[in-house]
Design a protein. Sequence first.
Length: 334
Amino acid sequence: MALVGSAAAAFARHHRLRRTPALRRLVRETRLDPSQLVLPVFVDARLDAPVAISALPGHMRWPVSEIARQAERAAAAKVGGLLLFGLPQEKDHLGRAAADPLGPVPRALRALRAAAPDLALIADVCLCEYTTHGHCGALDADGAIDNDATLPLLADAAVVYADAGADVLAPSDMMDGRVAALRGALDREGHAERAILSYAAKFASAYYGPFREAAECAPQSGDRNAYQLDPPNGREAMAELRDDLAEGADLLMVKPAGPYLDIVAAARARYDVPIAAYQVSGEYAALHAAAERGWIDLPRAALESLVGIARAGAGVIVTYFALDAAAWLAEDRP
Ligand code: PBG
Ligand code: ZN
């Protein structure tokens, strides 16, 4: 019997379902949707006109008065939500402006509540944009992070943002016990229904560089290695996720995303809450820089990076590409 053309295939024909765009679409395992994307936005109390952030092409620091414009763009693109960061008028050593009801984030939230009813409003909760020293918490006499003194400061800020209309409070400081502190304070102040998205597995990453320019929150001395996770430690990341869930987190986030997809996948497999991943500023900036040199195709590379994060198990993706990705997805690329 002739072997050529015989029905007895000696190997699997994986190509069959890749032959046409229609077939590829039909069997696609992971679909990105704008509604799962969260756009980070920076609100600056000192501005009356937007200022471009050079390390984050396409992104601005917004005055409170214009934040609604950006929100309307996000809502029109059917993006899922906004993650708000604030730059205050003035900083101090305790970051007290983080809990100022008239600070940039509460003012923006009140403006957005009315202008963007279809967006989930997520408030980042941290002190580093508000402290003179740029660390994410209060410092003790030796200049080390004072974990326990930081907790009530974070809880106060979370309550102020919830009062102003935040749907979700997202602590990014990496203090131990802060999810419990936030949950307790929110419940006491009548916000039992507001959710906590914990940046549970947040690594001490080199990829935060552009963000620190955007938010003016680089530590003035030292680094964040004593409170953020050490990049090689996956098991320790799982312990952080476990403890934040036990303290009352409603969603768990892994950050950065691309270099930590193993943690995203492990978190997805182990826990039954929504898993979020934050494609951080340096991941975005690196893709932009390579595309600018003509070395990669930006829309394809960006969508590939995002679908990889989704395939790993993140249902919610925070990304500076949110608006662009929504537009690219609407083009229905092959
Ligand atoms: C600070 C904070 C950082 C980011 C979000 N919140 C930076 C840091 O920890 O130094 C990084 C986000 C990004 O790089 O896009 N709490
Ligand atoms: Zn911080």
